[in-house]
Design a protein around this ligand. Structure first.
Ligand code: HEM
Length: 124
């Protein structure tokens, strides 16, 4: 039986697995690999803190994802299909690795943030 997300190690596992898929994905890969070349050594620890805060309310993330994605949108023009793929990969990864209340919470948080982001950036 799969276990729920319980600690920082689980979050790191979830996020590493998710971005491994993102990098390989035909829709999202080129954004992270080419258009906005991401420094993974910097980016991944930020993502761990973001998700630790989103799921365990650690208060350890102080960034502004909305402003950052607005900047990305201005630069490369994000589209609805990219948000759909992002969510699909996030949900798939979570379900592959975990099962339980926190796993459900992670997917709910991803969906609500993605929807707000998409609404604000694309008006759609
Ligand atoms: C179309 C969908 C998305 C694309 C293409 C995208 C792309 C990116 C890129 C290129 C970065 C910059 C990495 C860097 O700084 O090097 C980033 C950062 C980030 N993304 Fe996304 N993203 C998407 C959706 C989301 C969603 C739905 C969430 C949250 C649920 C999210 C959370 C974050 C966070 C927390 C950061 C780091 C912010 C910081 O540096 O403080 N992203 N994203």
């Amino acid at each position: 039986m799969k276990m729920d997300i319980t600690d920082a190690t689980d979050i790191a596992n979830l996020i590493n697995t998710f971005y491994d898929k993102v990098k390989e994905d035909e829709i999202l890969g080129p954004i992270f690999n080419v258009q906005i070349p991401v420094n993974w050594q910097v980016h991944l620890p930020v993502m761990y803190r973001f998700w630790e805060n989103a799921i365990f309310y650690t208060g350890g993330y102080t960034g502004n994802p909305m402003a950052l994605h607005a900047h990305i949108h201005k630069k490369i023009g994000l589209e609805a299909k990219q948000f759909e793929r992002w969510l699909k990969l996030f949900n798939e990864t979570t379900d592959e690795l975990f099962e339980g209340e926190k796993a459900e919470l992670a997917k709910e948080r991803a969906l609500s943030i993605a929807r707000v982001m998409q609404q604000k950036l694309l008006n759609a």
